[in-house]
Ligand binder design. Structure first.
Ligand code: HEM
Length: 500
C-alpha cells in the first residue's frame, strides 16, 4: 500500500516536472519573450520580490535587461515596463490589450469577487461602473463644492497643526486632512476631528497597510488560502468584514433618506444613477447597480485616494521644508495672485510656479512607484517582444520619473524643469511624467486630485512657514520608508509658524 502511494507520488512528480518543461519549452519557442535574469523555477526571483523597494530594484535591472524585461514572482511571470516609449506603446497604441487586471486572492477578497473598479478586469461591467463613478465625481468639479469642502477641512486640521509646540510628525494631520475630506465627499456628513467613525476607518486602513506591506503568500500560491491561510490573510479577511459592514450601513442610511432633488454626496450620486435607470426601465443598468457594486465603488474612491493624496502632501511638506527658498517663491506667487482669499479650482492657472512644485513633488517623491498591476487580455507585443494573454504587467512609474533621457539630474528637486522662458507651465515638458498612469486604466481621480491637492498646498503655504527642526538637514530622497512600491520620507518632522 505504502509502495503504491510512493509510486503514485513519484509518477505525479515526474508528470509535473515533464509538464512544466513542455510548458516552458512551448512558451519559449512559440513566443519571443522579454529577457530577464535567471532564476530557480517555481521559486522565481525571491531576492527581488521578498524585499521592499521593488521599484528601485527593477529600475536597476532595466539598465541591464532593457525597458521591457521579465521576472518571476514564485511561478508567476511578471513583465515590467520601464520607459515612456514602451508604456505609451502598451497602454495607448495597443488600446485595451494591456487594460486587464490579474486575478489576485487578496484583492478578490476585499472587493467581494472584483466587483469594484480598480481591481476588476477590463469588461463591459468595469466600463459601466467607471463611467458612473466618473459622472458622480465630476459633480464635485462644478461650482464651489470642492473649494468649500477643502477649505472647511483644511481650517480644522491647520488649527491643530498650529497648536503643535515644536517639531512634529505631520503624518497624523495629513491623514486627518485626507480621511475627513474623503469621508464628507463619500457620505456627506461633516465630522469633527476625533470622530469615532473616521477614526475607525483610519485605524482599519493602517492595519491593512501594515498587513500587506510586503505582499501576501496567498497571492503567489492561491491554494494556500484554503489549505492553511496565513495570519495576515485572516487579518485582511476580518478587517474588510468590518469595513464593508460599515459601508453597507452607510448605504442603508442613505437609501432611507434618499431624495433625488437633494443630492448630498457621492453615495447619493450613485443612488441617483440607480433611480434614473429604474425610471428609464433600463433593466441591464439596474442589475449592474446592485448594493454590492455601489458599496465597492464607494470603497474604491475612498481608499484609492487616501494613501496617494496623503503621500503627495507628505512629500510636498518634505520638499518645502527642505528648500525654504523654493517655499518662499511659492508664497510670493500666492500673495501676488490670490492674497489671503480661499484658493479655488481654477487658481492653478495663475500659480504656475506653485503648480510646478506640485508636479515635481509627484515626480521626485515616490507616490505610486509601480502603480497597480495590469494584465494582458490577448496575445500582444511591446518593445519588440511577445506578451502572451494573461501576463501580469507593471508600469514602473519610478523608472519613468528618474529616466535621465527626460530629467536632467533626476534626483534633484527642480520645479523650473516644467516652466518655459515666460515662467508658464510647458506641457511638452511633461513627457515621462505619469504619476496618474495613462490609457484605459488612467487614475479615475486625476481630474479631482490635481485641483484638490493644489488647493490643500496653497492653504498650507498661505498660513504657515514650514521648516525642518533646528539642526536637521536630511536628504529625503535617499531616506525613505517603503510600503508596497511607494515611499514616504523617513522620520519627517517639521515645524510650522503662523505667517500672520
Ligand atoms: C496624487 C493622487 C493620486 C495618484 C498619484 C494616483 C495614481 C493612480 C495610479 C498610478 C493608478 C493606477 C493606474 C493604472 O492602473 O495604470 C490609479 C488608479 C485609480 N485611482 Fe488614483 N491616484 C491619485 C488619487 C486618486 C483619487 C483622489 C481617487 C478617487 C477620488 C483615485 C481613484 C482611483 C481609481 C478608482 C483607480 C482605478 C482605476 C481603474 O482601474 O480603472 N485616485 N491612481
Amino acid at each position: 500500500m505504502l509502495g503504491l502511494s510512493l509510486l503514485n507520488v513519484q509518477t505525479i512528480l515526474v508528470a509535473v516536472v515533464v509538464g512544466l518543461l513542455v510548458y516552458y519549452i512551448r512558451r519559449r519557442t512559440l513566443y519571443r519573450l522579454p529577457p530577464g535574469p535567471w532564476c530557480i523555477p517555481l521559486i522565481g526571483h525571491f531576492n527581488v520580490y521578498s524585499k521592499p523597494l521593488i521599484h528601485r530594484a527593477t529600475t536597476e535591472l532595466s539598465k541591464k535587461y532593457g525597458p521591457v524585461f521579465r521576472l518571476s514572482f514564485g511561478p508567476i511571470p511578471i513583465v515590467f515596463l520601464n520607459n515612456y516609449d514602451v508604456v505609451m506603446e502598451a497602454m495607448v497604441k495597443k488600446k485595451a490589450d494591456f487594460a486587464g487586471r490579474p486575478a489576485s486572492t487578496t484583492f478578490s477578497l476585499i472587493t467581494e469577487g472584483n466587483k469594484d473598479i480598480a481591481m476588476a478586469t477590463y469588461s463591459p461591467m468595469w466600463k459601466y461602473h467607471r463611467r458612473v463613478a466618473m459622472k458622480a465625481l465630476r459633480n464635485y468639479l462644478q461650482g464651489d463644492l470642492l473649494e468649500k469642502l477643502t477649505q472647511d477641512n483644511m481650517m480644522k486640521v491647520m488649527n491643530m497643526m498650529a497648536a503643535e509646540k515644536g517639531p512634529f510628525e505631520p503624518i497624523l494631520h495629513l491623514n486627518n486632512i485626507v480621511f475627513y475630506q474623503l469621508y464628507t465627499l463619500c457620505f456627506g456628513e461633516k465630522k469633527d476631528i476625533g470622530d469615532p467613525d473616521v477614526e475607525f476607518l483610519l485605524k482599519e486602513k493602517d492595519l491593512v497597510n501594515k498587513t500587506i506591506e510586503n505582499g501576501l503568500r496567498e497571492d503567489i500560491f492561491p491554494f494556500l488560502k484554503d489549505l492553511c491561510p496565513s495570519k495576515r490573510y485572516q487579518i485582511m479577511q476580518e478587517t474588510f468584514d468590518r469595513v464593508l459592514t460599515f459601508f453597507y450601513k452607510k448605504l442603508e442610511k442613505h437609501k432611507e433618506t434618499f431624495d433625488p432633488e437633494n443630492i448630498r454626496d457621492l453615495t447619493d450620486h450613485l443612488l441617483l444613477a440607480r433611480s434614473e435607470a429604474e425610471q428609464a426601465g433600463n433593466e441591464e443598468s439596474m442589475q449592474n447597480l446592485t448594493d454590492t457594486y455601489l458599496v465597492q465603488t464607494v470603497s474604491d474612491i475612498f481608499f484609492a485616494g487616501v494613501d496617494t493624496t496623503r503621500l503627495t502632501l507628505e512629500w510636498f511638506l518634505c520638499f518645502m521644508s527642505r528648500f525654504p527658498e523654493i517655499q518662499a517663491k511659492c508664497q510670493k506667487e500666492i500673495e501676488e495672485h490670490i492674497g489671503s482669499r480661499c484658493p479655488t479650482i481654477t487658481d492653478r492657472q495663475i500659480l504656475p510656479y506653485t503648480e510646478a512644485c506640485l508636479y515635481e513633488t509627484m515626480r521626485a517623491g515616490v507616490i505610486a512607484g509601480l502603480g497597480l498591476p495590469h494584465s494582458t487580455i490577448c496575445d500582444t507585443q511591446v518593445g519588440g517582444y511577445d506578451i502572451p494573454k494573461d501576463t501580469i504587467v507593471f508600469i514602473n512609474h519610478y523608472a519613468l520619473h528618474r529616466d535621465p533621457k527626460y530629467w536632467t539630474n533626476p534626483e534633484e528637486f527642480d520645479p523650473l524643469r516644467y516652466l518655459d522662458e515666460n515662467g508658464k507651465l510647458d506641457p511638452t515638458k511633461l513627457e515621462s511624467w505619469l504619476p496618474f498612469s495613462v490609457g484605459r486604466r488612467v487614475c479615475l481621480g486625476e481630474s479631482i486630485a490635481k485641483p484638490e491637492i493644489m488647493m490643500m498646498c496653497v492653504h498650507l503655504l498661505q498660513r504657515f512657514n514650514i521648516t525642518l527642526p533646528d539642526g536637521v538637514k536630511q536628504n529625503f530622497i535617499d531616506e525613505h520608508r517603503d510600503v508596497f512600491g511607494t515611499e514616504s520620507p523617513a522620520d519627517l518632522k517639521i515645524v510650522v509658524k503662523e505667517r500672520m
